[in-house]
Design a protein around this ligand. Sequence first.
Ligand code: ARG
Length: 561
Amino acid sequence: MELKKIIKEDVYEILKDFISLDNIIIEIPKTRELGDYAIPCFAFSKILRKSPQDIANMLKEKLNNELYEKVEVVNGYLNIFINKKILTEYIINKILTERNNYGNNNEGEGKNIVIDYSSPNIAKPFGVGHLRSTVIGNALKHICEKKGYKVISINHLGDWGTQFGKLIYAYKTWGDEKRIYENPIDELKNLYVRFHKEAENNPQLEDEGRKWFKKLEDGDPEALRLWKWFKEESLKEFTKTYDLLGINKFDAYHGEAFYNDKMEPIIAELDQKGLLEYSEGAYIVRLEGDIPPALVKRSDGATLYLTRDLAAAFYRKKNYNFAEALYVVGNEQTLHFNQLKLVIEKMGYEWSKDIKHISFGMILQDGKKMSTRQGKNVKLHDVLLETISLAKKYINERNPDLDNIDEVSRQIGVGAVIFNDLKNYRTSDIEFNLEEILKFEGETGPYLQYTYARINSLLEHKKNIDIDYKDLEINEYIWNLIFRLYNFPEIITKAKENYDPSEIAKYLIDLAQDFNKFYASEKIVDQDEKRTEMRLKICEIVAIVLEEGMRILGIEAPKKM
Ligand code: ARG
């Protein structure tokens, strides 16, 4: 039941000799007292040569649909009040039948979307810098799936490039096998840092690093063996972080190295199309306007980040025939993705338009970039553990007898981090404050989880007796909830259109607030069995949508907390 569409068509029926369907605009009034929907009649005034007020009055006379409980005319607006009983019964039945499929649709049926997200760099700590890409990408995956698309999630690991040549050189010169086994990521990072320190006084080292990367690209067995080992050790560490986050299902871990043997044909095609140019010791593709040329190959034959992304884009187009390819990567890579798109466009492929850089702002702590603290990289794993342990402390204070307190603490701690990351517009910077994100009140993950748990304990009183919707008195609290729930599918659509999970995060806060007002306004469970049962049905559909909304965001919903 698409209310806006129905209203539009009803109004159009009356005015069709004068206007087109697109002329009819439907607004949401500022307050519920002014109706659920409003139609401004000013634009019709000229054509009909009548005052907006007269037109609104005429529409009011002629509109005739049991879906409208009341129609009012105020200052040239036609205000429409939806029939509460009809919509309430419809929504309750719909959500109870569709359950977690509520809000699904088939817009994307038969179409593939590739989402490239998370993509941390091997031999470096999984820092908070990659948190946002991981959680935004994961939520977008669920959003696109709800719209019926088939999603292919790809972790484009940073596992190739000159830095690995440097690392191999550093390991061979100063490394210690045992220490790497004990503490791989930190040891590798130290070697990398040492390389750069020594290279300051000895620039020749840079050449050594490049040489080793060249060897790696050419398949030198020793270089390959070391690289593989570094990669395995790193992945073991990353997996622990992914497990904590509960985000660990990628369809492919195709890192940059995967494209090592897939770049040459593309470089050849660039050359054959006359796009490749040799300039200042490297092969480039010149781009229009003030966009710097794209660097695709160094004179020693070594390839670059962009070259691998070119190969990846072609590979993905060929293997997944995507309708859209999303790259969830921070703002600082805007130029890179512009160049990627433009090079493919210059090669003559119209699908370059389907490449979309989904950028996002930074995480700040006390107003400063959080990825480093006192010059040290902040590890995401440490942040998560810290949050989980504070969550545990809070739960112990509130509910010390809770079963599986460790698992619930993880769900709350991680939920807090994820929600904080998704509650603001994707492109804004976000502030990370441990105390704030874990509050049980306000715009937080724990607030949603707490509301959900509260509903679940109410639902224990459900008896599944038959009820008649005609007996349900719909007060303003219930009506706000019903209308909110009715809007859920539209929110999913908006989240997909803007590629922004914050649409859903904000919606869930509104829904939880609506629920808590309802909860505070009257006793939900009392002696009157039928009344109780009816109210519990409303609780149940709120729980279904809350749970599904949280699932989309990647937040788990414990039944008790
Ligand atoms: N590993 C890169 C980084 O950490 C992100 C990769 C994003 N994906 C891509 N296809 N370039 O900066």
